[in-house]
Design a protein around this ligand. Structure first.
Ligand code: GBH
Length: 487
């Protein structure tokens, strides 16, 4: 990393954990096998096949429902300490409610967990990674305040089945993607376009749902099994485009809406939504003729429930943006107008295949320091970080990105960040939501044309294996060939 080349070799501390991640809809396939119910992603992409750029939805995906032993073999090849995967709610509770449990669904996850434990790989389970049972969407999904109960009931089933063998839990992945993209911008399932209204309803409910699941674990399992429960947030970095006061101020606002909205209720001393967010949404709402804020208030009880409801913050970090203030007018309710900024990139930042993804390694250092300063050194895991390419095994750009970000992480640790582990995203190519398989995030390539969805290690897999083994980042390591094996 530029400016940090002091030639000292930094080592990942003892006990620092390396992992790799996936999510259920993106890899499992078997969308209607063995009693699985329909999820919002099943329905959304079945009803709208043209949305996916290459036509590949999650019906078969990477076939992990049938290839989980190969998945664990890959994790053993890499030498990771843990595997982050998610449970499909509708595979276990086909109609969403906990009165009807699909034993076959539980069995699948039980087998996967046991296969991991057999090889000393710790499971890190995400309870919810975007795939709500469609039956619950029919009742409004996350816009319905009852969703917090549905989620707690679902969490109870999963904790009861697996708490004794799973040390790390993530309640919910990226409330802002679920809500701002799913109930506001209409980009992700359930594709509701209700910016500035639906997204805020969803955010409140998802956060409360998280806290209810956290408290349930705390009450019933924490003492006995000593697991850690956290939430994974999309925590990209944002800097002002230049140092003009209005751009610096715009960046403060942007950070509060992207970071503070989710961090403040759980990690601040006072709890609740950040003051700046509350004030802006309230003022805009009144101007637009609403009687009260479009951001639903958290009750006193909810503020208390949420405060401190995480053992660690899961940092999903991919990139950095630059923030500019804007003169754009605002009329209709809109999340973007509540934030009211413009975003840009530096032209020299390297591009991934995904248009939103640029390589800006210092950003992960900056976000760690920001969280430390603002929220008093929370315990963290990087729960997602990765890079997209086109198909091909020689993924030099992924290797470079991985090395540079891991070096920045070493600096963050040196400067006091309480970082327990790093999860690379993704273990293998998968269905990238509406991008289908046109963007590849895998350390392992998946041949989607093959019947079994064969997996082959990319260069980055060998480099990651070497980093895990040596616990340092070498710039010059080049394997002789791309042969992967278990060592
Ligand atoms: C992650 O989100 C997801 O958690 C993970 O499931 C996924 O595999 C990974 O991204 C890579 O795609 O295309 O302009 O509409 C990271 C945050 C939110 C970034 C959605 C991309 C879409 C932007 N992502 N966003 S756009």
């Amino acid at each position: 990393v530029e400016g940090w080349s002091d030639l000292k070799v930094r080592r990942f501390p003892d006990g620092f954990l390396f992992g790799a991640g996936t999510s259920a809809y993106q890899v499992e396939g078997a969308w209607n096998e063995d009693g699985k119910g329909e999820s919002i992603w099943d329905k959304y992409l079945h009803d709208n096949p043209d949305i996916i750029s290459d036509g590949r939805n999650g019906d078969v995906a990477s076939n992990s429902y049938h290839q989980y032993k190969r998945d664990v073999e890959m994790l053993r090849e890499l030498g990771v300490d843990y595997y982050r995967f998610s449970i499909s709610w509708s595979r276990v509770l086909p109609r969403g409610f906990s009165n009807e449990i699909n034993e076959k669904g539980l069995e699948y996850y039980d087998k996967l967990i046991d296969e991991l434990l057999k090889y000393n790989i710790k499971p890190m389970i995400t309870l919810y990674h975007f795939d709500l049972p469609q039956t619950l969407q029919d009742f409004g999904g996350w816009a319905n305040p009852l969703s917090t109960e549905w989620f707690e009931d679902y969490a109870a089933v999963i904790f009861k089945a697996f708490a004794h063998k799973v040390p790390y839990w993530i309640t919910v992945n990226q409330p802002n993607s679920i809500c701002v993209e799913g109930y506001g911008q209409g980009l992700m399932a359930p594709a509701i376009s209700s910016s500035g209204i639906g997204d805020y309803m969803c955010i409140k409910n998802v956060l409360v749902a998280h806290a209810r699941a956290y408290r349930l674990y705390e009450r019933e399992y924490k003492k006995k099994f000593k697991g850690s429960v956290g939430i994974a947030l999309a925590l990209n970095w944002a800097d002002p485009v230049n140092n003009s006061t209005k751009n610096v101020e715009a960046t403060d606002v942007y950070r509060e809406f992207m970071i503070g909205l989710y961090m403040h209720p759980i990690w601040s001393k006072d709890g609740g939504f950040p003051k700046m967010v509350k004030e802006r949404v309230h003022q805009n709402s009144i101007k637009q003729g609403f009687k009260k804020s479009r951001l639903p208030a958290l009750s006193k009880e909810e503020v208390t429930l949420l405060k401190g409801s995480s053992d660690f913050v899961g940092v999903n970090h991919y990139t950095t943006v630059l923030v500019k203030s804007t003169d754009r007018g605002m009329s209709a309710p809109s999340f973007d107008d509540d934030v009211h900024v413009e975003l840009t990139y530096r032209p020299e930042w390297k591009n991934a295949t995904s248009s939103w993804l640029k390589s800006v390694p210092y950003g992960i250092y900056r976000v760690c320091v920001y969280l430390n300063t603002k929220y008093d050194y929370p315990q963290m895991f990087v729960t997602e970080h990765g890079w997209s390419t086109r198909p091909g095994l020689k993924d030099d750009t992924r290797v470079e990105n991985l090395r540079l970000y891991l070096k920045a992480i070493l600096f963050a640790i040196e400067d006091g960040t309480d970082l327990k582990g790093y999860t690379t995203w993704s273990l293998m190519d998968n269905v990238e939501w509406v991008a289908g398989t046109s963007e590849r995030f895998g350390l392992y390539e998946v041949d989607f044309e093959s019947e079994d969805k064969n997996r082959t290690a990319r260069l980055s897999a060998l480099v990651y294996k070497r980093i895990i083994d040596k616990r340092i980042v070498e710039d010059d390591y080049k394997p002789n060939n791309l042969k992967m094996s278990i060592t």
